[in-house]
Design a protein around this ligand. Structure first.
Ligand code: SIN
Ligand code: FE2
Length: 206
């Protein structure tokens, strides 16, 4: 059964928002699109240090990091092709819960063994009135979310396959990240690990 949990002001978690069957359907949709837009390993602006996650995007705009900075762009940085369309299940999810114009970006993060994501804010979007909606598939993860300052108190939340987190309003610029993945806790993702799908509205108008 799906349960809705209030984590903090502006932060909502739906446990198992997607059933096992829906998770498999969504994963199949994701992997079919990844054939068109393969995972690549971004690097940090400035240092050029590699991310431990691999990434791709779906939808009209993709979020990119390279030596020159963070930005949104309509094409894959390696293949030059337009990003694949957003999976229908994700468009439906956004329309159901986000109360904002349609999402324009689905960032796809692949966490293989040992991958993590440091605390950061999602702040490259102009549409800060729209929330961030995040879907987990595969291995469990320890998600961490705090406030608008990097050094403030944070809270750890275990995320499992099918869980959905939304943060908006007072929490739209909350620092968040992934401490670690519990390798082998799910067999959903071929080759192991976790896939995170992060939906965002980027521009105020189309
Ligand atoms: C992100 O903040 O981009 C990813 C969060 C997650 O993997 O759950
Ligand atoms: Fe993020």
């Amino acid at each position: 059964m799906m349960t809705r949990v209030a984590i903090a002001p502006g932060v909502i978690l739906w446990r198992e928002r997607f059933s096992k069957t829906e998770q498999q359907t969504l994963l199949n949709d994701v992997l079919a699109r990844i054939k068109q837009a393969p995972f690549y390993r971004p690097v940090m602006p400035g240092s050029g240090k590699s991310f431990s996650v691999e990434e791709s995007n779906f939808g009209p705009l993709g979020w990119i990091s390279d030596k020159t900075g963070y930005r949104y762009q309509a094409t894959h940085p390696v293949t030059g092709a337009a990003w694949p369309e957003m999976p229908a299940l994700l468009i439906d999810l956004w329309r159901e819960i986000a109360d904002a114009p349609d999402a324009q970006c689905c960032l796809v993060n692949l966490y293989r063994q040992g991958a993590r994501m440091g605390l950061h804010q999602d702040k490259d979007e102009k549409a800060l009135s729209a929330p961030v909606v995040s879907v987990s598939l595969g291995d469990e993860a320890l998600f961490r979310i705090g406030g608008e300052t990097r050094r403030g108190p944070t809270r750890g939340v275990e995320l499992a396959s099918g869980d959905v987190v939304m943060f908006g309003g007072a929490a739209r610029l909350a620092y968040h990240g992934i401490d670690r993945i519990k390798q082998g806790s799910s067999s959903l993702v071929p080759g192991g690990g976790r896939i995170n799908l992060t939906l965002r509205r980027v521009t105020q108008t189309d």
